[in-house]
Design a binder for this molecule. Structure first.
Ligand code: NAD
Length: 459
């Protein structure tokens, strides 16, 4: 990241003089202040492995765009970050402290938009990286939103339903000063779904004294949720994948598919691909997975997971580890669980023809380089999983206008937007001679940079 501060910050009222000199103090401080050695490095607050990955990708695209260094720094760092600590009473009467976050990356294009995750690894740095990707995603599919992300650090598998409710309600109350239907609209992410969004919406509405369904998306339909939101992310992945395969001249029929993650996103992708004639030969969740070269019986697997909670123990195939599943030979590999799964440690050993990133940030820059060298194309996360936020946008529009669209209209709009976005990415990659990820980010950054340039600097 550039060490250069924005021109506004780096110069004093007297042209060209470092800002530190304005605050000339007695003795040694003068020298320290003049060199700016006392300043914490830009981005230090959000530093994390995932943020490094996001920044590395950003820098590559910004380099191609020859983005002005001042603008570069303005676009990288999140506009607003909130950290909250709060207590929650466990079912056994004990009180436990939790930490939650909400990061709003860009406010230049409209309200911020992004999911809420409950996971053990949630941190400020992780939320900052995910918020940056949300900015790219919204800009790439041309939604009038900036990116945001938030969550609570916890192990959702160890929380009862009552504890989940108390946790999300308190979290909603804690972040309410910075959210709103015109400011920042949360949505589901890992371990949160319709019920959590209903509790969130109720908490916010209680505070406002009236129902405010537009405060979240991904709500149950009866509370203003939209048709098609449940399947939107997975279906969007499939539309992007189909467009990519058409470009490559490949048929979907008979293709072998491997998925890591069988949750809200992964399960829909598996189902949609099997309907289109593909064969799911491997799938894993957090507790492990199963492989069957002849194709897994998806209906039986779904019923098993419904009953037992996890894939583990499913009798229709051989056991496989949750990470090992990525190495199962296939045509389409679809990480749909979590970040940083394809790295320099395993990218060389993947046995797939196309990688489609349903999860956010599943491939590290080092993994990316190896895949590029091996000639394995990647449909990047910012494009592949943008169907979720796209239909969230449709839900928000319907909420603001008190309208209801049909599921057919939503699916049609989603398909059209995903296909045209994939088409623009392919065109841009051909023009620039880059991979699809870099091309997608160039398109996204160009749009955000233009908006930021036009709005200029306040005051
Ligand atoms: P989910 O909680 O419904 O499902 C997550 C799945 O991943 C589960 O099957 C879980 O067991 C599995 N998993 C968790 N840790 C794992 C590990 N270490 N190894 C293997 N499997 C593991 O979450 P989801 O909504 O399906 O989200 C999955 C991914 O898609 C996340 O990266 C999320 O950010 C991204 N995403 C989700 C949406 C959405 O609308 N839900 C939208 C865009 C992106």
């Amino acid at each position: 990241m550039s060490e250069k501060r924005s021109s506004e910050e780096a110069t004093s009222a007297r042209e060209g003089e470092p800002r530190g000199r304005e605050r000339r103090g007695p003795g040694g401080w003068d020298e320290v202040l003049a060199t700016e050695a006392h300043l914490v490095a830009p981005g230090a607050e959000w530093r994390s492995e995932l943020y490094r990955v996001a920044i590395t990708q950003f820098e590559r695209a910004a380099g191609i765009l020859r983005l002005d260094p001042d603008l570069r720094e303005r676009l990288i760092e999140p506009r607003r970050s909130l950290v909250v600590n709060f207590p929650m009473r466990r079912d056994n009467g004990e009180v436990q402290e939790f930490t939650g976050y909400r990061v709003q990356h860009t406010l230049a294009l409209g309200p911020a938009k992004g999911g809420i995750r409950f996971a053990p690894g949630v941190s400020l740095g992780e939320c900052a990286a995910l918020a940056l990707w949300m900015t790219f995603k919204c800009a790439l599919v041309e939604l009038p939103f900036g990116g945001a992300k938030g969550g609570v650090r916890c192990d959702p598998n160890r929380l009862s339903s009552g504890e989940m409710e108390r946790l999300i309600r308190r979290y909603a109350a804690e972040i309410s000063p910075i959210i709103g239907p015109d400011r920042d609209i949360p949505a589901p992410d890992m371990a949160t779904g319709e019920q959590e969004m209903a509790w969130f919406m109720d908490t916010y509405s209680q505070q406002q004294g009236q129902a405010v369904p537009e405060i979240v998306t991904g709500k149950p339909p009866v509370l203003g949720g939209t048709e098609g939101r449940r399947a939107a992310t997975g279906l969007g992945v499939v539309f992007a994948l189909e467009a990519a395969m058409e470009h490559l001249g490949w048929e979907l029929e008979g293709r072998r598919v491997v998925l890591q993650g069988f949750g809200k996103v992964g399960a829909v992708i598996a189902d949609e691909l099997v309907r289109r004639g593909a064969r799911v030969v491997g799938v894993a969740d957090v507790a492990g997975g199963v492989v069957n070269e002849d194709g897994l019986d998806l209906q039986a697997l779904t019923a098993w997971v419904g009953e037992h909670g996890f894939i583990r123990g499913f009798p229709g195939g051989e056991r496989v580890g949750r990470r090992e599943v990525l190495l199962v030979p296939c045509d389409l590999l679809i990480p749909a669980a979590l970040e940083q799964q394809i790295t320099e440690d395993n990218a060389e050993d993947l046995d797939c023809k196309l990688l489609v990133e349903a999860a956010n940030g599943p491939t590290t820059p080092e993994g990316d380089e190896i895949l590029a060298r091996r000639g394995i194309p990647v449909v990047p996360d910012v494009l592949a999983n943008a169907g979720g936020v796209t239909v969230s946008y449709y839900e928000w529009v319907q909420g603001m206008q008190r309208e209801k669209w049909s599921s057919a209209a939503i699916a049609e709009r989603l398909e059209q937007r995903m296909r045209s976005s994939m088409g623009r990415v392919i065109g841009s990659a051909d023009r620039l001679g880059t991979d699809w990820r870099t091309a997608a980010q160039v398109l996204a950054i160009e749009r955000v940079a233009e908006a930021s340039r036009l709005r200029a600097i306040y005051p």
